[in-house]
Design a protein around this ligand. Structure first.
Ligand SMILES: Nc1ncnc2c1ncn2[C@@H]1O[C@H](COP(=O)(O)OP(=O)(O)OP(=O)(O)O)[C@@H](O)[C@H]1O
Ligand SMILES: [Mg+2]
Length: 131
């Protein structure tokens, strides 16, 4: 099967991360995206920031999360895949927790997007608004 993985890095503040853990988180989320897409569809990894957070976004063009399990996303051993154990997202949630980050997602029949929202570093001082 052919698929496309795109990386779109934004202009973000440096933040302190555990490289191994964040690699693991990205691998799990991109893996889920790849499991969800059909031939030729995309999985996109983006980084950007808003006024208060640095955001890692991973989206796919798959058919969305099964509505029957949406409420339980992040629970260990939750899977709809025959040969998997259903630990990927539970691990992502614990990695996010250790980084003081929140995970949010939106999903529909057009695809799924996960947002991992990291706090800005304490040293960050917002720019003063211009008059
Ligand atoms: N991007 C996605 N699109 C559609 N469904 C998803 C997506 N991400 C997660 N899911 C659903 O959530 C379930 C749990 O995901 P999770 O990553 O925890 O486990 P898994 O992928 O089934 O197994 P594992 O990650 O342990 O190999 C999946 O089985 C799938 O049904
Ligand atoms: Mg998984």
């Amino acid at each position: 099967m052919n698929f496309v993985i795109l990386f779109s890095p934004g202009n973000i503040n440096p933040i302190l991360l555990d490289e191994k853990e964040i690699s693991h988180l990205i691998t799990n989320l991109v893996g889920n995206g790849l499991d969800a897409v059909q031939h030729g569809q995309e999985v996109v990894i983006k980084t950007y920031r808003n006024a208060v957070k640095v955001i890692l976004e991973i989206s796919d063009e798959g058919l969305g999360i099964d509505p029957a399990i949406i409420e339980k996303i992040g629970t260990p051993f939750l899977t709809t895949k025959e040969t998997r154990i259903g630990l990927g997202l539970a691990v992502c949630y614990s990695i996010a927790y250790r980084h003081n980050a929140q995970i949010e997602f939106c999903t529909s029949s057009d695809g799924t997007t996960f947002f991992i929202k990291f706090p800005l570093p304490p040293s960050y001082k917002p720019e003063k608004p211009r008059d």
